[in-house]
Write a new protein. Structure first.
Lengths: 234, 234, 234, 234
DNA sequence: GATGAATGAGATTTCATTCAT
DNA sequence: GATGAATGAAATCTCATTCAT
């Protein structure tokens, strides 16, 4: 625990700097890719020297992994919360689609990094990131499986559909911008309906209120993504 | 026209070399990304010196653009052929899905480059590549629009659905490998059915023969991707 | 003089920290060389931050010089004590070899730094260290000269032999480890005999008791190297 | 085989450049140590850009290993030639001392690198260099062993003496300069006599003609060190 | 007195590319 | 036409050191 006013200040400054670096990195990695982003470019964007960047964040690879881990943990937390409160597979899929779409629409850079830069990680970090991603996708896997077992869904190969749906929903990160003709809730609802349709759920399920009602997912995503950065330099 | 036996030979040698480079580039760009692939690594993989690589292919950027152009032209040609022979929007969408899925499953490296490396191109080439991609997607746009106008499809925002479907179908490139539990025709058919479902097409359309019959798309894709490399050094 | 209990404590803590740094530095400089050792690596090995290292020890160069000075002073003190108590050149050379060999065997890291890192010192410190080394070697120079003048030794060029002997004896630091087939006293005696032989001393001198009796040199080396670190931050 | 005049020229230019780099590296590594020498400093000294330096020589570590290998092979070749033509252990030791001393006096930089920078090599290269050094020292080992077995030498521990002699003779590299009071042949002879004395060889052996006659070692060393650089970039 | 924060300068190495032949 | 030679610019990362508290 910081013991003096000035130690608190130093800690706060540190967090400010770390946040600036983090944001610059997320933005640049999303826009130009990990290998397309230079460390100096990154430092410039964050207003630091490249040496300071290392002081705060460790290597470029560490930074990338930090971003991936942070984002995947958030996606996982949201999926967990959705799964806990929805017993019924149709409703669960709708909820998962909602939080996935909202996360990708509201945090397109973070999710773009997660979705595109796995291969840029070093072997150790890659293994860890893949594990996190798999544990996220497990919520989807279970939801699809439950729905198929119940007879609600009809999927040729379950993992084919799962991947298809995930990619379909991830695409939102690539084009969504606030102020478009469709509101974000409508977009999320539309994807939920498409997902259920693709899963072969009956029309009445596609029209169920839980497909349209995005409010809970909204609150969940807002809450989960609002937390601070993880502590630095593992 | 080559005038002597040895000029023919030289031309053939040239094509052999160009093809080796091209294949190495497609493979490496797909696996490690454009920025993650070095020019020397590429030359090594192709069994050439980096100077020869420039001789045959021009700059790294030229090479990437060549690959994108080539692949996008093929996708475009396939979509055009499908669109010409199918008046009915449901059948047309099914055909477009078929060729898209088959192309992505059979040429995962080429399509991965197309799907992921647009941003790595220089401004000129990027503009040209975006135009090609847009002209490919136009076939999808028109199919969706026709289906919606006819009342066959029901899409909240047409381009939202179009993008969702394209991404969903592109995902196949990431996981398909021959010899899996599902045959490639089944995969293509499943995606066509999911696409039509997502578009809100009625169940009987989702079950129509043109959804399941992939044979025509097969022939088309095989024919179109079998042609030689485009002439070198734009 | 410290005035309170806690000032004494602080002073003791300081000495503990300084000793930890010193030992780490000696070990690392010996193992990897001055330029091969990073300041952070050194701080880590000592369990301090690099800033604290500066606080206690000054710059890297200061630290190196401190180690050299300290070790050279000890070698010099031992040589002085030997020279004072032995009038006869044969006995004096035997004594000098004994303390040199024992010092190098028992303190291989300190002596390795002395023997290998002179060139790494900055110009000022280097001058001072060279002076200390020369004053140590002066004891050898005088012993050789006395023996030659007496007619006991026969050396073509006196300094050629002196350097040859010094290097020969220094080599022990590179390989001696307790528990080998030869005891340390035997090693010291063997080197004394070799030195006298190389100097052309008659066989009966090579077999004299002062060649074999290492006990006095033992006590001397133990006594001299047992003293505390010199006061910090020159 | 180069096919044209200009290809020959290019090859020659290349050798000129490689030789310049090599010489600069030997000089700098000897003077300041491997870690004390920067790659840019090295490139400057050779009149090249640092990128060209890599083109010619590979990494700094490669360069160091190249120098060590080259020098150790030469020392080994000389020791082999000496060992082949001298059956008698006293004469053999004298010959080994001669070539060792001459090599160290005439090529003080090369031998300094060999003697001081082993630890700076990466693990792979270090292993290889240690093997080469051991194979050189084997000639010494066998000579000492033969002399002891014959009863000509008397050594407490054979390897103790071997190392002592090697170090004694290596010291010459540190101070010899042409034009001093002693000629190089006298220096070599003096060391041979000291070595035999240290080995406990009888006085008449220490005075044998083969101790004083350095001419053969001269020719050997001159011949062996006159050959070209090894081919570049392993 | 003691130390976490911070950095300018520099380390080694690789980059994509051009040039002379 | 084809390629070994060559390099300026930039890559990522570490260096020894200082400073504010």
């Amino acid at each position: 625990m910081p013991r003096s006013r000035s130690e608190q200040q130093a800690g706060a400054d540190r967090e400010v700097a770390r946040t600036r670096v983090w944001r610059a990195a997320v933005e640049l990695f999303a826009a130009k890719g990990f290998h397309g982003t230079g460390i100096r470019e990154l430092a410039d964007a964050a207003g630091l020297s490249s040496a300071s960047l290392y002081h705060y964040m460790g290597s470029k690879d560490d930074l990338l992994f930090g971003i991936m881990r942070h984002s995947l943990l958030r996606l996982g937390a949201a999926a967990q919360r959705v799964s806990e409160r929805t017993a019924e597979p149709g409703e669960r899929i709708a909820g998962l689609v909602h939080v996935h779409v909202l996360s990708h629409a509201l945090y397109p850079d973070e999710t773009a990094v997660v979705d595109h830069e796995l291969r840029a990680l070093g072997p150790e970090h890659r293994k860890a990131a893949v594990a996190l991603r798999d544990s996220y996708e497990d919520y989807w896997r279970r939801a699809v499986a439950d729905g198929c077992d119940t007879g609600l869904f009809h999927a040729p190969e379950r993992s084919v559909v799962r991947i298809a749906l995930l990619e379909m929903c991830s695409a939102v990160a690539g084009w969504y911008a606030p102020g478009g003709p469709l509101g974000l809730d409508e977009i999320a609802a539309a994807h939920a309906r498409m997902a259920l349709a693709a899963l072969g759920a009956p029309p009445e399920v596609q029209r169920a209120p839980f497909v349209t009602d995005v409010s809970h997912a909204r609150r969940l995503v807002e809450e989960i993504w609002q937390v601070a950065l993880p502590p630095g330099r593992a």
